[in-house]
Design a protein around this ligand. Structure first.
Ligand code: NIG
Ligand code: FE
Length: 394
């Protein structure tokens, strides 16, 4: 993760939304195809700037209607995540508006978020449902994600998070809700190809490890890959889930040494979302050093959501990773690009600037990549290129 493979005075040739060659500008100008087609080539001059692979934000919850400002104030006054949930705030308080919302209104919200993400350098986004928590409203959320994605030049990877919390109409009989997730939501989302992944919030106050296994089994049965929110509020043993080959375990504030050793040997990525720790005002952050030094591939994501991490900014997540998790700026770049791509199982197409991959770039008005996490709170991204399409902010 420390080896970025930086090329000074570089040039990238792209054709049909794909990267054709990467090297120095001199090499590009000597390229026989370039010589012949020089006049028909569109040149994007990035002189004096830094060009990165577009960020891959591998964990976001954009299918919501409103910010949760009451929770925000309560937390400032000292209430904890669990206290806010017990008082009727938290995830459950976002459900009614999503259930009532027209699909077009939800899609418009999601598209606004995707555009803001691109303006900060993100070109691939994982987008979860999870604020409807009825069969119909979860499918509507996934349809809204699909509609927003079709109007955005970047790439969206949809995830069904029907198992976000147990909605209040199922309180005391969570097994009936898990049944609905397994027997209705997952099969219908899979049949209509509305989701690539199934996610579960496995933690106290959400779903148990046993329920999570049941949901993973249903996902596997219907051909969907799995990922999970793990270790945000308390420790859950991870090893029993590895048989499902999860793409990623996310949050990971609490994780034991034995699981870290097992993860290092698996294909599962640890996705850290320091924006949530920051916004919740926590003193502790996930122990990125322990994971990275043990050989676990670490990705960074925003966890964009109305309750715990209302940010679309990958540079902000990177800055927090550097200042609070002791990741080097190079590690933060790798975690926000290629490792995010692995966490979504799209590393064959995304996450690095290599011939054959999609032409996804983020261009920054800085002269050194370390400035991206350094100037926290500022947006130095001047343009993004998504699947070959330029979206300029200048
Ligand atoms: O990733 N942990 C569960 N889900 C979100 C929180 C969602 C919310 O509070 O609305 C998270 O932090
Ligand atoms: Fe999350």
């Amino acid at each position: 993760m420390k080896q970025l493979g930086i090329i000074e005075n570089a040039a990238v040739l792209c054709l049909g939304g794909k990267i054709v060659s990467v090297g120095t500008a001199k090499e590009a100008l000597r390229d026989p195809w370039m010589k012949k087609h020089r006049r028909s080539v569109t040149e994007i001059d990035c002189a004096g700037k830094v060009v990165l692979p577009g960020f891959v934000d591998s964990h976001t919850h954009p299918a919501f209607v409103s910010p949760r400002l009451v929770d925000f104030e309560k937390r400032i006054e000292g209430a904890s995540y669990e206290q806010i949930a017990a008082a009727g705030g938290g995830i459950r308080s976002s459900l009614e508006a999503v259930r009532k919302a027209a699909k077009t209104a939800l899609a418009a919200k999601i598209l606004t978020a995707l555009r803001a993400m691109a303006a900060h350098g993100t070109t691939t986004v994982e987008a979860k449902s999870g604020y409807g928590l009825t069969v119909e409203s979860e499918l509507k959320s996934l349809e809204a994600i699909r509609d927003a994605a079709s109007r955005w030049p970047g790439t969206v990877v949809p995830t069904l998070l029907g198992a976000h919390v147990v909605p209040k109409e199922f309180q005391g009989c969570s097994q009936n809700y898990v049944e609905a997730v397994c027997k209705e939501m997952i099969p219908r989302a899979a049949r209509r190809k509305l989701a690539q992944f199934v996610d579960v919030f496995c933690d106290k106050g959400a779903f148990t490890p046993q329920e999570t296994e049941r949901i993973f089994e249903a996902a596997a049965k219907h051909g969907l890959s799995v990922r999970a929110h793990m270790g945000q509020l308390s420790e859950t043993l991870l090893a029993p889930f590895l048989r499902f080959n999860p793409a990623s375990f996310d949050h990971m504030d609490y994780v034991n040494e034995d699981d870290i050793r097992q993860l290092a040997k698996s294909d599962t990525i640890a996705t850290l979302v320091p924006g949530a720790n920051y916004f919740l005002g926590l003193k502790e952050y996930p122990n990125a050093r322990r994971l990275i030094d043990a050989g676990v591939p670490v990705a960074l994501a925003t966890d964009y959501n109305p309750g715990t991490s209302p940010t679309i900014s990958m540079p902000m997540a990177m800055s927090l990773a550097c200042t609070h998790m002791k990741m080097s700026p190079a590690e933060a770049v790798a975690a926000a690009t290629i490792n995010g791509a692995w966490a979504l199982r799209v590393a064959d197409r995304k996450g690095s600037i290599e011939p054959g991959k999609d032409a996804d770039f983020a261009i920054f008005a800085v002269t050194d990549y370390r400035e991206i996490p350094y100037w926290f709170g500022a947006n130095h991204c001047t343009a993004t290129i998504m699947n070959g399409a330029l979206a300029s902010r200048e």
